[in-house]
Write a protein that binds this ligand. Structure first.
Ligand code: AMP
Length: 428
C-alpha cells in the first residue's frame, strides 16, 4: 500500500470544516484591519532562503527540501530550488520584484498556505504544515518602523484568536535589538560562552561560534542554568531600540493586550530585529507555539531591495486547529481524571480514591479491569479526561501517585494530599 509520506497527512472531513472556519475568520479579521491577500509560489530559488532566513539557522542548514532543477532547454539554466520553509522571504521578494514601494504607502499583505520543513515529525510538527500569516511593509516615510505598527499587529492577532474562539494563550514578547546594537550583544555572548561552552551540548558549542544568539533557544535541560547566567539582551539595546520597545509595551497596556516579556525568546530566523513575539497554548504539549513573528527591518535590503522595514507573523494553522479541538473536547467533557488500578488488588484502593475525589467535587471515572496501561490511557483520552491517575503497588507504598496529563503527555508524581488541588486546578 502506498501511504502519505512521513511528516505529511491528509486532512479529512469533518476536520476540514474547522480548517475552513479558521481560514474564513482569518480573512474576515484581516479585512477589518485593511490587509489584502498575496499568493507567492510554493518553491523559490534556494538563495532567497539562504540570504533571507539565514544560512546558520536550523531551517536553512538542515530542514529545507532542496533540489537541483536541471535545464530542459538551451534557454534555461539549471537552478537550485527549495520548497518554501516560510513565507516572509517570498513576500519581501515579491515586494521588491513588483516595486510595491512605489505607492509610498504601507503594504498590508496576508497569505495562507503550505510550508515545508524536514523536521522530526511529532504531534503539532509536520514536514508539510500550513501557515496563516501577514506582513506590514513599506518605506519608513509611510510609518513602517513605528511602534504603532507592532501594537496594531498584536492587537489584530488577539482579535483573530478571539474570532476563532481560542482562549488560554500566552503572549511572549521580546526585543532583539537592531544591526546597530546586536553586534555588541553577540560579542558579549561570545565572550561569556567561550568560558562555558565546553560544558554545553554539541549544538550550543557550534552556535557559540557561528550564531551565539541561537544558544538562547536551546532546550537541553543541563544547559539551562548556564544559559540563565548569560548576558541579557535588554542590557545591550541602544537608546532607539529601548525607546521603541517601551512604546510598543505602553501601547499594548493601553489596548489591554496581556503579555510577558521573555528575554530568551530570539526565534529561529535571522531576519528579526527589535520586536519579536510568540503566542503559546497549554493544550499543545511540547510544540506549544501557536504562532510567532516579529520585525524584519533589514530584510528587504538584505535581499537587494530598498529600505523597507516591516513586521509580521505566521500562525501554525495545524496547531491552531489542534488547540481548538482540544479545547472543544474539554468543554464537552467535565471528566477530570480516569483512575487506573494496576491489578485486581488495586481495585478497592482505586475506588476509595475515586470516592474521595468525587466527594470533593471532582468528576472522575474508574478504569476497567484490563490493567493495561496503554489501553487505559486510550480509554481516558476517548472519555475526554484531562488526566489519568495510576494506582499501583508502588503508589500505595509511597503515597505518591503517577499522574499523566493526556494532552501534554507529561507524567508527574503527586502526593495524595496534593492530588485534589492538582486535578481541580488543571495542574497549573
Ligand atoms: P516560524 O515560521 O518558525 O516562525 O513558525 C511560526 C509558526 O508556524 C510556529 O509558531 C508554529 O505554530 C508553526 N510551525 C513551524 N514549524 C512547524 C512545523 N514543522 N509543523 C507545524 N507547525 C509549524
Amino acid at each position: 500500500m502506498i501511504k502519505a509520506v512521513r511528516g505529511t497527512r491528509d486532512l479529512l472531513p469533518p476536520d476540514t470544516a474547522l480548517w475552513n472556519f479558521v481560514e474564513n475568520k482569518a480573512r474576515e479579521v484581516f479585512a477589518r484591519y485593511n490587509y489584502q491577500e498575496i499568493r507567492t509560489p510554493v518553491f523559490e530559488s534556494t538563495e532567497l532562503f539562504e540570504r533571507g532566513v539565514g544560512e546558520e539557522t536550523d531551517i536553512v542548514s538542515k530542514e529545507m527540501f532542496t533540489w537541483e532543477d536541471k535545464a530542459r532547454a538551451a534557454s534555461e539554466k539549471s537552478l537550485s530550488l527549495t520548497l518554501r520553509p516560510e513565507n516572509t522571504a517570498g513576500v519581501v521578494r515579491a515586494y521588491i520584484e513588483h516595486n510595491l514601494e512605489k505607492s509610498g504607502l504601507l503594504q498590508k499583505l496576508y497569505y495562507l498556505g503550505p510550508q515545508f520543513r524536514r523536521e522530526r515529525p511529532q504531534k503539532g510538527r509536520y514536514r508539510q504544515f500550513y501557515q496563516i500569516g501577514a506582513e506590514i511593509i513599506g518605506p519608513p516615510s509611510a510609518g513602517s518602523e513605528l511602534p504603532i505598527r507592532d501594537a496594531e499587529v498584536l492587537d489584530m492577532l488577539v482579535a483573530l484568536l478571539d474570532a476563532v474562539g481560542l482562549t488560554g494563550w500566552t503572549l511572549f514578547l521580546n526585543s532583539v535589538g537592531c544591526s546597530n546594537c546586536r553586534p555588541a550583544y553577540n560579542q558579549a555572548l561570545r565572550e561569556a560562552l567561550a568560558a562555558v561552552k565546553d560544558q554545553m551540548c554539541a549544538d550550543c558549542r557550534r552556535r557559540a561560534e557561528t550564531n551565539p544568539l541561537r544558544v538562547l533557544d536551546c532546550k537541553v535541560v543541563e544547559d539551562q542554568p548556564i544559559i540563565e547566567a548569560l548576558p541579557k539582551i535588554a542590557d545591550y539595546l541602544d537608546e532607539p531600540c529601548r525607546e521603541h520597545f517601551a512604546q510598543v509595551k505602553a501601547m499594548l497596556d493601553e489596548l489591554g493586550v496581556p503579555y510577558q516579556v521573555n528575554e530568551r525568546m530570539v526565534r529561529g530566523l535571522d531576519y528579526y530585529t527589535r520586536t519579536t513575539f510568540e503566542f503559546t497554548h497549554g493544550e499543545l504539549g511540547a510544540q506549544s507555539a501557536v504562532l510567532g513573528g516579529g520585525r524584519f527591518d533589514g530584510l528587504s535590503e538584505e535581499l537587494g531591495g530598498p529600505r523597507a522595514p516591516g513586521i509580521g507573523f505566521a500562525i501554525g494553522e495545524d496547531r491552531l486547529v489542534l488547540a481548538l479541538q482540544a479545547q472543544q473536547k474539554k468543554a464537552e467533557s467535565a471528566l477530570q481524571a480516569l483512575i487506573v488500578p494496576l491489578g485486581k488488588e488495586m481495585n478497592r484502593h482505586a475506588l476509595k480514591l475515586a470516592k474521595e475525589l468525587r466527594e470533593a467535587g471532582v468528576a472522575v471515572d474508574v478504569s476497567d479491569e484490563s490493567f493495561r496501561l496503554k489501553k487505559s490511557f486510550e480509554t481516558a483520552e476517548k472519555l475526554g479526561a484531562t488526566y489519568a491517575v495510576l494506582v499501583g503497588e508502588n503508589e500505595m507504598a509511597s503515597g505518591e501517585f503517577a499522574v499523566k496529563n493526556l494532552e501534554s503527555g507529561e507524567q508527574t508524581k503527586v502526593a495524595r494530599a496534593g492530588l485534589l488541588k492538582y486535578l481541580s486546578a488543571d495542574g497549573i
